[in-house]
Design a protein around this ligand. Sequence first.
Ligand code: C2E
Ligand code: MG
Ligand code: MG
Length: 283
Amino acid sequence: HAKFSGRNKFSFFDVSMAQHALNKTEIVKHLRNSMGSDQFSIHYQPIVNLETGMIDKAESLLRWTHPELGFISPDEFIPIAEDIGLICELGDWVFRQSASQVKSWQEKYIENFQLSINISPKQFQNESCDLEEWIDFLSQKALSNKAISLEITEGVMMNEGSLTEQRLGMLKHAGIEISLDNFGTGYSSLAYLKKLNVDYLKIDRTFIQNIHINLDDQVMCEAIVVMAHKLKIKVIAEGVENEAQLNFLKSVGCDYAQGYWFSKPVPGHDFELLLSKNGIQIH
Ligand code: C2E
Ligand code: MG
Ligand code: MG
């Protein structure tokens, strides 16, 4: 039916055509013009504490919906924002929104609630992205420095240099918690793990996908949990989509789980509904 649908009719055909038509130049132009507009929002995805069954953390995930281009994935526009010098502004916005949001959820629901935000390697290594300002912002809001944690990837070590080390040291010193995101997808993971001195390790969803059926994945996952715990690092499993995966993760002592089985990333008001029923409806 797609070829008969008019310009404004929503159909699968139109959407995929539109996505193919997206090119970098177009995104660049629209991204610049959209900065500061209400086209940006944050979705929150629960991170469930497997010991208590409660949501005591969530990940902030940036969303951009353009009136003509439609939804554009952060995997697509974040690298562009980095290239054209907009990443600091976007990152600051995500941080401020998250800090304001976490404050209200701590007051209404859970005292030690934590939001984690993603910070890309280029953002982390960009001197004009002022991370110290973030710490000032937390104290202005009378928030504990544990209210916001940062998710970094092994990529931050690729350009190992004084800025990386100085920043990691500064954040650690301030008491900001750090997660190593997408663990297992980079390389030299073990060496970095020790060097980065992280608080949480997030096992990438590609390792979780078949964990209920694949013995090799089970062995690896269990070994990661044992190793992390010996290093006093907590483990978060990403991309948990079914109960069998969850049961396996519980059986090996994984600390937290995140994934569609619990909830997709959702807008703030929907997330608040999850918090208001916290501990009741979560599997
Ligand atoms: P990430 O940090 O690894 O985030 C997890 C991604 O996995 C999210 O994709 C989330 O929607 C998806 N996900 C969660 N549970 C499941 C599941 O059960 N199954 C499957 N198949 N997927 C699941 P999303 O939101 O599209 O974000 C993609 C990436 O974009 C993020 O990966 C992160 O690297 C980046 N990103 C998102 N927001 C920001 C931001 O504010 N700043 C920066 N620098 N990067 C961001
Ligand atoms: Mg992440
Ligand atoms: Mg991840």
